[in-house]
Write a protein that binds this ligand. Structure first.
Ligand SMILES: Cc1cc2nc3c(=O)[nH]c(=O)nc-3n(C[C@H](O)[C@H](O)[C@H](O)COP(=O)(O)OP(=O)(O)OC[C@H]3O[C@@H](n4cnc5c(N)ncnc54)[C@H](O)[C@@H]3O)c2cc1C
Length: 429
């Protein structure tokens, strides 16, 4: 029986593995295995909500092992470290627990087809001090560590053991940066409602952006302006045209020699693919993304496919797409479709990836949601407020339905909805 190994159960990987498991694994047509660093999946575009406690990991995390049992795939927890292409084996690093004890030794998994979709990590662009002094939002563990740090800091202010303003700098005014900024204001307000003695102007938060606008990826200047104005209205400062040259324990140093003081720095200035991809012997670009043809197949090996943030798949005009949730999903489903075809007929002609820009949305916590829908149609349709919030939330709903099917997915969403009514608005610990 053919063996397909998928590395990375993220935004794209989970939709791919569910499709392969149901269409091949469950029917005994192929053995499907998912590999991931983590034991569970949380949709990455929600990591900033996890970091502030707006999202409850208890109700939103999906356990890979259990999901695999119901959906026709096997699960191996571990990190991809190398590929033995001659023997068609993927090599996983030993697994350690949080105390540094080895749980599992190095493992080798056989494959006939290998799919790599391990996403992206924050890019520090070689700027000094980022690793030591800034928090990033690449993995669930990082979001949880950030949550603990933020909650502790609010608690110190509430108890009077920390005085003055709570100075926060967020580097990068893309979706991650601006959504995180709004979440922090929302968190401070909610904690005040829970009895924390916090001044209403406690947060001194600056969003720092190298370009001249927040959300440079939003297609319309009115939408970018709406995000900017709302950030200012809720109390944030926006420092545009500002390049950070160093992060220290005191805050950020900028190219102009200015110091932006910060007790807490969150780095959301851009991403690159994980370093391991540059060590596999597969063609890659400077951002470590694997180079693939339009079908998602690696340029170096016809048995290896890739998708999502870690893949560089060209469009018909030779351009490459930015790392985004919808591109990851679209590419992953295309790779799934192509693999199913290949198993039926190894000579089959494969489909090419054609990006369909369904739109971009930004959700500033409970303050405002803006977006642009159907961007492929004459620049698209601007949406603001409740309709925008509905569409934004629908993206996650669609993901959950893809993973669990319409009935179970709807029940899970109902459960999350009910839980948000009966549980506190913030998960504190
Ligand atoms: C806070 C935040 C907000 C965002 N908001 C938006 C948004 O509004 N709209 C949008 O389009 N995009 C948004 N994004 C970007 C979006 O989340 C990504 O583009 C998308 O998740 C990419 O999907 P993926 O499947 O390629 O990778 P991911 O979803 O990142 O999944 C990668 C998976 O690979 C696993 N992995 C990593 N390394 C290894 C390894 N060595 N071995 C094994 N497994 C590994 C990880 O654990 C993870 O499960 C946001 C991102 C963040 C962080």
């Amino acid at each position: 029986m053919n063996k397909i190994v998928v590395i990375g159960g993220g935004a794209g990987g989970m939709e791919l593995i569910t499709k392969l498991g149901q269409q091949l694994g469950k029917k005994g047509k192929a053995e499907i295995t998912l590999v991931d660093l983590a034991s569970h999946h949380i949709w990455k575009p929600l990591l900033h909500e996890l970091a502030t406690g707006s999202l409850n990991e208890g109700t939103n995390a999906l356990d890979y092992q259990v999901h695999g049992t119901h959906n026709g795939y096997l699960f191996q927890r571990g990190a991809l470290t190398a590929i033995d292409r001659d023997n068609r084996q993927v090599i996983l690093a030993p697994l350690f627990d949080r105390h540094g004890n080895q749980v599992l030794a190095e493992r080798r998994l056989d494959y006939d087809y290998l799919v790599i979709g391990i996403g992206a990590i924050s890019n520090d662009f070689g700027i000094a001090g980022v690793k030591e002094h800034a928090y990033t939002l690449d993995l669930t563990e990082q979001a949880m560590a950030l949550r603990e740090r933020i909650q502790n800091q609010f608690m110190q202010h509430a108890s009077g053991q920390r005085t003055g303003k709570m100075k926060v700098a967020i580097v990068g005014a893309g979706a991650t940066g601006v959504e995180m900024a709004a979440e922090l204001f929302h968190m401070a307000n909610t904690l005040r409602g829970y009895g924390y003695q916090l001044e209403s102007d406690l947060l001194d938060l600056t969003v720092v952006e190298a370009s001249d606008s927040v959300m440079p990826a939003l297609p319309k200047s009115e939408l970018r302006q709406a995000v900017h104005d709302k950030l200012i209205e809720i109390g944030a400062k926006v420092a545009g045209n500002t390049q950070v040259t160093e992060v220290t324990a005191q805050g950020l140093t900028t190219k102009n020699g200015e110091l932006i003081e910060a007790d807490l720095v969150i780095w959301a200035a851009g991403v690159k693919a994980p370093e391991v991809l540059a060590t596999l012997g597969l063609e890659h670009n400077r951002a470590n993304q694997l180079l693939a043809d339009a079908s998602g197949r690696s340029l170096s090996d016809e048995r290896i496919f890739t998708f999502g943030d870690c893949a560089a798949i060209p469009q018909a005009d030779g351009s490459f797409l930015p790392p985004r949730g919808q591109t990851a999903r679209q590419m992953a489903l295309l790779v799934g479709y192509n693999l199913i075809r290949l198993l039926r007929d190894p000579e089959a002609e494969l489909d090419s990836y054609v990006y369909k820009d369904l739109g971009s949305f930004v959700n500033l916590a409970h303050y405002k949601t803006v977006g642009n829908m159907f961007s492929f149609l004459r620049g698209g349709l601007q949406v603001v407020g409740c309709p925008a919030r509905f569409v934004y939330a629908s993206l996650y709903r669609r993901h959950i339905i893809a993973l669990h099917g319409p009935i179970k997915g709807a029940l899970m969403l109902l459960l999350c909805g009910l839980s948000s009514v009966v549980r506190p608005r913030l998960k504190l610990w």
